[in-house]
Design a protein. Structure first.
Length: 188
């Protein structure tokens, strides 16, 4: 199979996965997000055991289910997740982003962001921007393949982990992501 057909197939699969419904009612959507959070944390702790103590000592953390596409000079991403503060309070979030840089690929991944300080957690929750730079090489399908990714926030003191579900990507981008409250799921 040619690389173009492989990339097109992966793009279609990730697009369909990203369109998967989290449920019909706000209660179903909240439960789907919390289930994703627990599954992602279990994967994270298995792969990076020190993350458990990092989260335990942090002010809060966020867990997001995201998809990313990069075609030559343009990178786009989107998804959803939840922030949890040290008191166990949840803020449900959406995410969209874009960037510029060189690369080609698509991937489906989960991201865990650990906020060491209350002011960074609240700023992220209330303002939602995170400008950053990213470089990665990923080729993964289920548990096969490998990944090497580096993300760095330029304006928050956080630790970020990415767990790639599936995809193929070779990219170096600079961009911004907008995280915002998912009003339908949060108490007003």
């Amino acid at each position: 199979m040619s690389p173009a057909k492989t990339l097109a197939g992966l793009s279609l699969a990730l697009l369909l996965a990203a369109c998967t419904s989290t449920g019909d009612t706000p209660a179903q959507k909240r439960q789907a997000v919390l289930t994703m959070e627990q599954q992602t944390l279990a994967r994270l702790y298995a792969k990076h055991p020190k993350a458990r103590s990092q989260i335990a000592s942090a002010y809060g953390y966020g867990v997001f289910d995201l998809a990313n596409q990069n075609v030559i000079l343009l990178s786009t991403s989107g998804g959803y997740g939840v922030l949890t503060d040290q008191g166990g309070r949840h803020t449900y979030m959406r995410m969209g982003g874009g960037g510029i840089g060189f690369g080609l690929g698509v991937k489906d991944y989960q991201e865990v962001v650990i906020f060491k300080h209350q002011q960074d957690f609240e700023r992220f929750r209330d303002q939602g921007w995170d400008a950053g730079a990213q470089a990665e090489a990923t080729a993964k399908a289920n548990d096969s393949g490998g990944e090497l990714a580096a993300n760095q926030s330029v304006d928050l003191d956080v630790t970020t982990y990415q767990l790639t579900e599936s995809g193929i990507a070779l990219q170096a981008t600079i961009g911004a992501a907008k995280y915002w409250r998912w009003d339908e799921l949060n108490d007003r």
